[in-house]
Design a protein around this ligand. Sequence first.
Ligand SMILES: [Zn+2]
Length: 323
Amino acid sequence: MRLLLPLAVAIASASNAPNLLAGPSDSAIENANSNAKFLRCGTEHPGAAKAAKEEKRFRDLLRQVKNGKKPDRPGGGNGNGNGGGGGGGEEPPTTTVPSPGSIVIETYINVICTSGGSCPASDSQVLEQIQVLNAAFSSTPYYFQQIGGIDRYDNTSWYTAGPGSAAEAQMKSSLRRGDRGDLNIYVSNPGGGLLGWATFPSSYTSAPSNDGIVVLGASLPGGIAEPYNGGDTTVHEVGHWLGLYHTFQGGCRGGGDFVADTPAVRSPNYGCPVGTDSCRKSPDDDVFNYMDYTDDSCMFRFSSGQVERAYEQSLTYRNLDAI
Ligand SMILES: [Zn+2]
């Protein structure tokens, strides 16, 4: 979870928070770093072993999607189809990331207010948030097109719903619109220092109604969640929704975030600690990356490897491709 509170406060509130790290025992890699207990982002990440397993499945599916999308080689007959990939563990055909703005994602905005009509963000903040989101993804294939209006719902239970709660499930099953390629954003006030959370593309099939991102209204541009009030929580959570892990996923060892050009990062970075090199065998941490935990004023980029992964993930699991 992206936590707004200082660490000391987060410690006190941790007992009330969902036990997000109670997953596989191999999550010990992230637990090994004390900051990981105080994730600001509630997106549930797999432990190392599960992530490796999921990655293998993803690569298999991606290969199938690509081979089904277009012939691997010009003139190749059926005999060169899947059988040609029989080497085991072969990489799929090279990925060509579509041009900027060529993949339009229909985006639904759900603003959750209290039953008394107190809302976490204004219309102008929401509109500015969409601008911030599109600016952040402007060098990627993705463009987020708001569909319909800014819909507001008065429900105090939903307003404070945390990740994995019954209230969250009820909210999403009542409100979610679109299919696997459509983004639903829920703007609420979950409390406990949570800034937001997301579902991964690979989760859609098993839990379609749960798909989407939830963000703290105060994290929207002009909100009070300083230094996380520049709108980058939404950018970060959409990064997850497209298939990106944290840059510190897996720590210094193993597959990490499965992106080749993001240096390994031992643990979340906070503030803007330029020059940090947390893993000896890897270059300096990319503290400017949207998928770390630094301040909104610090984070401003995705790497080209992340853009490629987002495309591959969302092509595979969300059928999102250039028009
Ligand atoms: Zn996150």
